[in-house]
Design a protein around this ligand. Structure first.
Ligand SMILES: [Mn+2]
Length: 307
């Protein structure tokens, strides 16, 4: 795969090409269970081998330019193509809405998944939530309509069909738990994360997609978002202990530096897009060796790249 061609194809995207890509990706994701490439799939949870390199990308929200910058500076398509096949590209969710290239971002991300199925992981963000936990404002339907005309509605339906097949979390044993929003006090085991969907462990799903870490909250509190919770460091520490991980990596919150650190350096937030409507000064992504044993986010800072 070639980055310039991927970006060109995304910019030239037709509704037919988009719908075909959505169909292929949904079929692929639906089939994933058990051992695939570098990871093991257990329902909505991906467990990664602690080897090779990972590129972790936070919220993109329809900003294709940021994805292009990240893939170019990280040279990660070359890494994915390498014969060792031990590089993993992880998206933390929130692909669409807010920015003006949501369809293009979805297309590029799904093309990467289709090209490297065993090395690309797509997490579910709150902008890919179930019908009763939908993000607002949600401009995807109107943006698709404007871009694809009468096929916009169909493209939107196909996009919605994909969401329930996205993953809740990536787990690297003894090291990392990666989610879109946050952890839930109701997580007692990895299975609680793996099984959380529209029908089971609904509160866990809501917290994974929507919650935020807070320094002033001990356990948890109502979120100003109206969905999910603010969780304190007591919850972070308890959940990391219960699942045997040291660091929580998540997206979901815009910030000027592109990243922030919470809860005694146990929580890393990545925000990987720039431009309207957030106007954060920097976006950031994480490129790290999974074999490194890290118990403190400060040890990861050298591997956080700002752009
Ligand atoms: Mn979000």
């Amino acid at each position: 795969m070639d980055l310039i061609k991927l970006m060109q194809d995304a910019s030239d995207l037709s509704s037919d090409n988009f719908i075909e890509t959505l169909d292929k990706a949904t079929t692929l994701l639906r089939s994933e269970q058990g051992r695939i490439g570098n990871f093991t799939v257990n329902n909505h949870l991906i467990t990664l081998e602690p080897s090779g390199e990972a590129l972790v990308i936070g919220d993109l929200h329809g900003n294709l330019e940021s994805l292009q910058v990240i893939l170019k500076t990280s040279k990660f398509i070359d890494r994915l193509t390498a014969a060792t096949k031990d590089s993993v590209l992880i998206f933390l969710g929130d692909y669409g809405d807010r920015g003006n290239k949501s369809a293009e971002v979805y297309f590029a991300v799904l093309q990467l998944k289709l090209a490297f199925p065993g090395q690309v992981v797509l997490l579910r963000g709150n902008h890919e939530g179930p019908p009763d936990l939908m993000a607002s404002p949600h401009d995807l339907p109107t943006k698709f309509q404007a871009k694809f005309g009468e096929n916009g509605k169909f493209a939107y339906q196909k996009t919605r069909a994909l969401w329930s097949h996205l993953y809740n979390a990536v787990y690297v044993p003894d090291s990392y738990l990666m989610v879109h929003g946050g952890v839930s006090p109701e997580i007692n085991s990895l299975n609680d994360i793996a099984d959380a969907d529209e029908n089971r462990n609904k509160t866990v799903l809501e917290d994974l997609l929507w919650s935020d870490p807070d320094e002033d909250v001990q356990d948890f509190a109502l979120s100003p978002r109206g969905i999910g919770k603010l969780f304190g460091k007591v919850v972070t520490e308890a959940v990391l202990r219960r699942v045997n991980a040291k660091i929580l990596i998540r997206g979901h919150e815009a910030n000027d530096a592109g990243f922030k650190i919470n809860h005694n350096s146990k929580v890393l937030t990545l925000f990987s897009r720039k431009g309207a409507p957030y106007f954060n000064k920097y976006g950031a992504y994480l490129q790290m060796a999974l074999s490194e044993k890290t118990a403190d986010v400060n040890q990861l800072v050298p591997f956080i790249h700002k752009f």
